[in-house]
Design a protein around this ligand. Structure first.
Ligand code: HEM
Length: 505
């Protein structure tokens, strides 16, 4: 009897202890679930913005990552922002549907109004991404399918650039970006609008100017994105006017081009009903016809078409031009690596222009391009995403409508992942057999569901332009000590203009 009572009491005691442990566990779980990631305190309205280095905001954000860890929270203006600097975490977070939104910035929501592809969300984004990928595949700019048409078009523009430089003499000292913008830009206008303007065409000059200035004016971490009231201050009013008027004028120019293409497309279809467009504008008009009576018709409005065309032109030109400029600058400074690249190009290509299949035999060349993309991230702060609902990031519960920043600068300059990250060294992209390999911490196009849709095309552009230039010219700078490698940070991190000598050898 006494023994039974003791057993009963022990059982009860164990039950109470188990219940208490379970309750404590639940409490800890709930406490942790509610916890936001660590981060610095901020001021109301402006948040942490006053402490961001306006010239190198990505470095301030990187310092904070060292202090608070790979997931930290910060207020940018009044927008709650989570900054990620670990590749594995970025990969996991950006593979979820819940993070395919865009952050509520002036750029995405105020200016672009959620149209296009870069700033759109939900069903519109899904539909347009599929459409864009399908076009790129048809044009020859994706991993799968034939590359021939795209390859020939890129080579044509790269050779036009080298012909132009040769026309200046055997040794020309130029600021490459001033000329590359036209030749690379003409390639982009050909695949986006099916149009190609001459160098001195006024419309073309205006579109280039708008593109160049627009990207400088509106940086990801710029205060204009986060503090709406600033738009009314004289200093920012000018920028807003430039951007909104620019948008209106561009759309007017597009209206003219679209009207012309509507006519010519009809003629092309009359001659050949299987006509397969080679530019986004014709492809969009054709898709609109096809989807006319379907539930997808709403994704093919006039407004959407203009924003999408602008996105494709902008996303394709600025990023590739920036990378190409950095490549020319770095390779002109590092003459030892330049010599090695050239020797490899000479021995594999034997004087002919490369074709896509040749690049697998040019590992050092490929590594030199990857190293430039690492050491000077084209988009150092990354392109932020937005959470569409509450989500769990590394045990923290991040509220809906949070801006999520994948800090590419911190990923690419992390001294735990990369030995001496400040040193330019293409060898880090070669394995022990001298073959090119892509380390997991190398994500210049981001990763996940919204990853750059033009990554393959970007690589093709870089490979052809760089190989063609280096097969013809030796690149150098006058005085290495005068070279400033810090760059200017807008949405992209562009190189500061320096004269480069292109000497035929
Ligand atoms: C070196 C050149 C390039 C770099 C470094 C680059 C980088 C990026 C990055 C970081 C993103 C953001 C991805 C995300 O939000 O998760 C992006 C998006 C995008 N890129 Fe690129 N890009 C390059 C070239 C191109 C080219 C040539 C095209 C055009 C064909 C292009 C079209 C796009 C588009 C349309 C998006 C938006 C994708 C979406 O929101 O779903 N990019 N790019």
């Amino acid at each position: 009897m006494c023994k039974d009572l003791l057993i009963d009491q022990l059982e009860n005691m164990f039950m109470y202890i188990a219940l208490a442990i379970f309750t404590i566990y639940l409490l800890i779980l709930m406490r942790n679930r509610k916890k936001l990631p660590p981060g610095p305190w901020s001021l109301p309205i402006v948040g942490y913005l006053p402490w961001l280095d306006p010239k190198e905001p990505y470095k301030t954000l990187q310092k904070l990552a060292k202090k608070y860890g790979p997931v930290y929270g910060i207020y940018m203006g009044n927008i709650y922002t989570v900054v990620l600097s670990d590749t594995k975490i970025i990969r996991k977070v950006f593979s979820k549907d819940e993070t395919t939104g865009r952050a509520p910035l002036y750029l995405t929501h105020g200016l672009m109004k959620g149209y296009g592809i870069i700033c759109s969300e939900g069903e519109l984004w899904k539909n347009q991404r599929k459409f864009v990928y399908g076009c790129l595949r048809q044009f020859g700019g994706t991993k799968v399918g034939s590359h021939t048409t795209m390859e020939n078009l890129i080579k044509k523009h790269a050779l036009e650039f080298t012909d132009y430089v040769s026309s200046l003499g055997n040794s020309a000292s130029i600021i490459p970006s001033e000329h590359l913008r036209h030749y690379l830009g003409s390639f982009m206008t050909t695949i986006v609008f099916g149009e190609c303007w001459s160098k001195d065409d006024e419309t073309w000059k205006y579109l280039q100017h708008l593109q160049e200035e627009g990207i400088k004016h509106i940086g990801i971490a710029g205060p204009l994105n986060f503090i709406p009231i600033l738009r009314f201050l004289p200093m920012f009013k000018k920028t807003v006017k430039f951007l909104t008027e620019g948008l209106e004028k561009t759309h007017k120019i597009y209206d003219g081009i679209i009207e012309k293409h509507q006519e010519t497309l009809r003629e092309k279809l009359a001659v050949n009903s299987d006509y397969a467009p080679q530019n986004f504008l014709d492809a969009f008009l054709l898709e609109r016809e096809k989807k006319h009576n379907s539930s997808e018709a709403k994704f093919y409005s006039d407004q959407q078409m203009k924003y999408l065309l602008a996105d494709m032109f902008g996303a394709g030109l600025d990023t590739t031009l920036t990378t190409l400029n950095w490549y020319i600058l770095y390779i002109a400074i590092h003459t030892d690596f330049q010599k090695k690249v050239r020797e490899e190009l000479e021995s594999v290509l034997e004087g002919k222009t490369a074709s896509m299949k040749d690049f697998q035999y040019l590992p050092f060349f490929e590594a030199s391009i990857a190293e430039v993309q690492r050491i000077r991230s084209t988009v150092p702060i990354g392109i932020p995403h937005g959470t569409l609902c509450d989500i769990d990031i590394n045990g923290f519960i991040i509220p809906s409508n949070t801006m999520v920043v994948p800090l590419l600068w911190a990923v690419h300059m992390d001294d735990k992942a990369w030995k001496d990250p400040d040193n330019f060294n293409p060898y880090r992209f070669l394995d022990e057999n001298g073959k090119f390999f892509k380390p997991e911490h190398f994500i210049p196009f981001q990763i996940g569901k919204r990853m750059c849709v033009g990554d393959e095309l970007a690589k093709m552009l870089l490979y052809f332009f760089c190989s063609i230039i280096l097969q013809i010219y030796e690149l150098s700078v006058d005085n290495i000590k005068d070279i400033d490698l810090r760059g200017k940070c807008g949405i992209t991190l562009t190189s500061i203009d320096h004269k480069i000598t292109f000497r035929k050898y």
